[in-house]
Design a protein around this ligand. Structure first.
Ligand SMILES: Cc1ncc(COP(=O)(O)O)c(C=O)c1O
Length: 366
């Protein structure tokens, strides 16, 4: 039996009858940049996420860059980022000439540790960027309280967690803003790159809209320097259709996760979801001993898996200039050696799930 980490071809069969005529229609209209296709998706997604504003941008990374720019973050500023995340979270900060300040994670959820965050705040801290890793939100109440006290904006990197919630609060509802990614491996994914900024503040949304169009106020008049951060109409169209299925897909991911969690035996540690969190299980990540051996064993048996992430960001070569060393974030360094993501995409069959769980249990117990 083959169980890939992700197979989007089956999902496409479900939605094909809706996507193909809509794409043909767009090609007949030749309206590829912004316009009503993008606005309509922005409205639908804002409603889905319970936020006042949604600004479509070219990727999750560009959403972070654009929102950081809209908040005026740049050279000399510090932004607190968890060290255990996708590169783009900190890359966005560094691209603007600001300094990513790496903070260690909670060993159970792999999300930003609020206690260590408090210790990393300085006079130069201009934003805190919790990342909602693998589909569950970081402890926002504590992080927002820390930030409010010092008047520091919080930017949520929600690139892996469209549809997640924490005690009824969703990404972007209580912070300065949240950034989403529609990269094809994400739970809501486009036919290429795409992203979104969610926020409640009208002037911040307006500024983000200006920045995604080179800071243009009206055609060829620029009051600030932005970039080309626009979401393609083609992506908006595909995403708007897929949004109708998102709750069903999330329910399937959550059911698969529940099955693994009850089937996998120690020493495999299933993911821990913090009380009050609803995870969308963008990834299902276990913590295991002999991780690399297990991964090779799974590969030999036709089971896909992935390591998110093998190197914490404070140890990445491009960040040597920041002066971090091995041992600075021990929880993340340990996690990088033990985490393994298993297939959890919605279309997996019960037989495939059972095969994955049995194969892993056999690896440890024979
Ligand atoms: C946590 C996190 N942040 C940022 C990004 C960047 O998103 P994108 O690939 O759309 O630029 C991703 C996704 O790849 C991500 O998982």
């Amino acid at each position: 039996m083959k169980v890939p980490l992700l197979d989007l071809t089956q999902q496409y069969q479900t939605i094909k009858a809706h996507i193909e005529p809509a794409v043909l229609d767009l090609f007949n209209r030749q309206q590829f940049i912004l316009g009503e296709t993008v606005s309509r998706f922005e409205e639908h997604l804002a409603e889905y996420c319970g936020c006042t504003h949604a600004v479509g941008v070219s990727s999750g990374t560009d959403a972070l860059i654009c929102l950081l720019m809209a908040l005026g973050i740049g050279s000399g500023d510090e932004v607190i980022v968890p060290t255990f995340t996708f590169f783009g979270s900190a890359g966005a900060v560094a691209r603007l000439g600001a300094r990513p300040v790496f903070v260690d994670i909670d060993p159970e959820t792999f999300n930003l540790d609020p206690g260590r965050t408090a210790g990393a705040i300085t006079e130069k801290t201009k934003a805190i960027m919790p990342v909602h890793l693998y589909g569950q939100m970081a402890p926002m109440e504590k992080i927002l309280e820390l930030a409010r006290w010092r008047n520091i904006p919080v930017i949520e990197d929600a690139c892996q967690s469209v549809g997640s919630a924490q005690r009824g609060v969703k990404p972007g509802q209580k912070s300065a803003g949240a950034c989403l990614s529609f990269y094809p491996s994400k739970n809501l994914s486009g036919a290429g790159d795409g992203g979104m900024i969610l926020c409640q503040d009208t002037s911040l949304a307006q500024k983000s809209r200006h920045l995604r169009m080179h800071g243009e106020d009206r055609r060829y008049y620029h009051s600030m320097i932005g970039g080309n951060f626009r979401l393609d109409a083609l992506q908006a169209l595909v995403l708007d259709i897929k949004l109708r299925w998102l709750d069903d897909w999330t329910a399937a991911r959550r059911a698969h996760a529940a099955y693994y969690t009850t089937s996998l035996k120690p020493p495999v540690q299933p993911p821990k979801i913090a009380p009050g969190n609803i995870s969308v299980f963008n990834q299902y990540v276990v913590r295991v001993p002999r991780r690399d051996e297990l991964q090779a064993y799974l590969t030999e048996r036709g089971i896909g898996s992935a390591i998110y992430y093998p190197v914490p960001l404070h140890l990445q070569e491009c960040f040597h200039y920041l002066g971090y060393k091995q041992g600075d974030c021990p929880v993340a360094e340990q996690a990088a050696k033990e985490v393994l993501a298993l297939p959890v995409f919605p279309e997996l069959t019960q037989e495939q799930l059972a095969y994955v769980a049995e194969t892993i249990n056999t690896f440890y117990h024979g």
